[in-house]
Design a protein around this ligand. Sequence first.
Ligand SMILES: [Cu+2]
Length: 443
Amino acid sequence: MVEPADLNPDPRVVEINLAAQLADVEIAPGKRVHAWTYNGSIPGPLIKTRVGDRLIVHFTNELKEPTTVHWHGVRVPIEMDGVPGISQPEVNQGESFTYDFVVRDAGLYWYHPHVRSAAQVGFGLSGALLVEDPDDGVGVADQVTIVLNDIGFDARGNLESADSGGSAGMVFGREGTYVLANGRTRPVLGARSGAPQRWRIVNTAKSRFFYLDLEGQSFTVIGSDGGLQEHPVTTDILLVTPGERFDVIVTPKGKAGAPLVLRAMLYNRGYGSVEYRSVEEVLSIAFTDQAPVTATAPVAVRRALAAPQVEGATPVNIELTLPPMQNGKSEFRVNGVPFWKAKPYIAKLGETQLWIVKNSSDWDHPFHLHGFFFQMIDEKGQPLRPLAWKDTVNIPMKTTARLLVSFDERPGEWMFHCHILDHADGGLMGTVLVGPVQPSTHV
Ligand SMILES: [Cu+2]
């Protein structure tokens, strides 16, 4: 991936130019799409900072419609959150906006528009923001950021309509035909057999779930959305839903000439996500002919996270539903209303709330809260171990999730929504008003 030029000589300030613009992008040899891009590439440039740095992004909109940039997962002030009509005005064609904030938390984040999100993200507008902590103690030199994505276009390179399939397409959550890893179909990653690699994975697809399998070789998860977690967990299959991030150590083993394939397996997130679908190849690992590394230390990355205080948290009940179609149209609802009829939820500065989110629909919903991390709580009121900071979590169909969130000192009206962006545009969004601020006039 391209890394943007840092225009600022101060080592603690990263200052870049970012433009939303049309560009022809090659995703496979000879296969080009007339895409919507940041700085001409899919994904957009990989922005790298160190934790505590100030990031300044001079953003220009060269598209023919308004857009914004939302910094997914980053604890920004509300003015930098990128939601039009709530945290900033839309950036119209030819206009600019400067995003300027300090990145407080190490981790992998990402950026994307918050205007006609399903369309604009699906057309190619997303990129990764890596906030590194040089003292994180992980000690794996071989690090790769992997942006998972998809895009749909025809034989002439014209983007698939964002409205394809009408209401049924919205309810399903449209997926692009071409599965991309760092903007390419099935790219090749080099590896020495037995040598550990640190993969920083983000799913920026508008709807597609990535249920990752590395031919049965294991993933050691050391972190998630908001940086390192309490202790590592090893798994043979890793579900990464839209918006989520995982920090994993893999130790691929194999021989030169026999590549190992990372696949996206079938995952049932609702009707049509398994039926008539096939497993997708995401990337392959080509081994060098160096002698395999045989002795590697076990991964022992730990982070002391305080167990959250569930007692005293204000309960907030949220039910997600999909009522039967009316007048040929479907809409998702949050506590009985779609976003365009919703009133904000309320929280005080410093208040801890327990969001009990019941998904009564027949579809999974990756639930995202802007601006704040939360921790997952089980049905007995105990925190899920290992403790981890999340900002996006999948709530499978017909299940209930419990999210414990402490609203800090940043007032504002913050969004929450499903990160299947068709679902968000189809009504599954809301806002929470934190602190002494006036609600927006979106209703
Ligand atoms: Cu959803």
